[in-house]
Design a protein around this ligand. Sequence first.
Ligand code: GLY
Length: 564
Amino acid sequence: MKKTIELYFSLLCLIFNSCHVFAAIKNPALLKQGMVVSEQHLASQVGINILRSGGNAIDAAVAVGYALAVVHPCCGNIGGGGFMLLHLANDKNIFINFRERAPLAAKTDMFLDTKGQVIPDKSTVGYLAVAVPGSVLGLDTALKKYGTMTRQQIMAPAIHLAENGFILAPADVKILEKNVKSFRHSPNVAAIFLKHNQPYQAGDRLIQKDLANTLKLISANGPDVFYKGRIAESIVNASQKNGGILSLKDFSEYRIEELAPVHCMYRGYSIFSAAPPSSGGTTLCEMLNILEGYPLSHLGYHSLASVHNTIEAMRYAFFDRNSELGDPDFINNPIQHLISKDYAAQIRQHIHSGQITPSSQLQAVKSHEGINTTHYSIVDQWGNAASVTYTLNSYFGAKVIAGDTGFFLNSEMDDFTSKPGVANKFGLIQGASNAIFSGKRPLSSMTPTIITKDNQVMMVLGSPGGPRIITATLQAILNVIDYKMNIQQAVNSPRFHHQWLPDETNIEPQTFPENTMKKLQAMGYHLVTGQPWGAVEAIQIDPITKNMEGANDMRRPAGSAVGY
Ligand code: GLY
């Protein structure tokens, strides 16, 4: 088997003249009982220990959620929010929405100056950027409803890691280093995340006593202490003192909800993914439906035709995403229309071989009416699967920690449209459907996804990366289903991205061979090469042997896929 794969990739290497693409491929972890894949190896270990001790995928998902809040503090969190997609062994699919909500005092124009211009940084840094966090209620509810272990059992590993510290790997330090300037800005942040006001080095131990105390409070008292007790009081107090608008009522009224996931079929596979207020599942399904009409495997991996069709699918789906979608409690999302096969066929009629569609022309064919997140995937021995993406929005969120709570608060207010037509942190230009409103949840791109075939889990995946989450997830799926890669190859392969506006195709370094680049440019594509993005943390299960293959994205070397 290993030999066949190697042969296959040597061949691809020759055909596409792009051996660099596959240089970093390692063999995926391959096991049968349970698998956990996350962006931080200690968190993956916490998850697998839970599975080994008899916990199910949901127990492990909650334990990993709390562990990442300690060992991956840029992104793992209790001060943010996200989505948990579950496939239960009884074939039920459940989507838990614990996305943050805008404070009740939030106003549509709160980030605009008197001339109606967006005020830089106001929606990204400091307390005005903070939406009401959902992670604690989301994780606790999932555990209560679908887990088998106690909160104390589940939270003990995270508390241990916070209280006794953990050794920072080079990749952990790299993320901390990038944020030293903002850590220095707040004494209570510098006291934890700097060592005598200097950056931590690889091999240092990061101890987080304040966070350990907060986690102990939650472990002993449950979410009430976060939403109605001491933790809410600390956050509201800090917010009021620092120009924020968070109130105790925001916390006591915070709710999570359970929704049906978005569902579509792609070449006989059942795709379950995130429902609004995430745009992830809808946009993913719209792209897959468009692409189903093209023989991608025949056209070939990264052939000119398959790349053209894929970029155009991205462009059309993001046009709909940015114009139409928002919090379902506030607007009607035309999901069934957007993910219908008919609509995809209509779009395909406007995609012409060898010819791009400038983004400015898209309105004519309409027929109807921010990056540093973290994802983890878990499968257990009984056939339960958890696909979880949660976030502080940007690295370390709004860069603030309330008093001695020890955890960062999110900057999720930037995911709203501050002003229609003006780009947010991710360059996304969005419409009024995602305008700020009191108590509303901002539109997300998080795309936790589970794929089944004949009711058996076949793939569990998702990624961080703002809007690039959706296209990173798409490409990992195409790489497996159409291009027949193993899961590690699918995850590591270089990516490209288009989001309608700006009208450019972002590519990772050395994604395409030089001649493909030239042909794409000659067609009119504006190619912009940038740093690698995303981190698809994925599991694939062989339908016959039931072998589980876990793949930690090589772009996140601190992560791991562990199984047993
Ligand atoms: N904050 C990134 C997202 O929700 O998509």
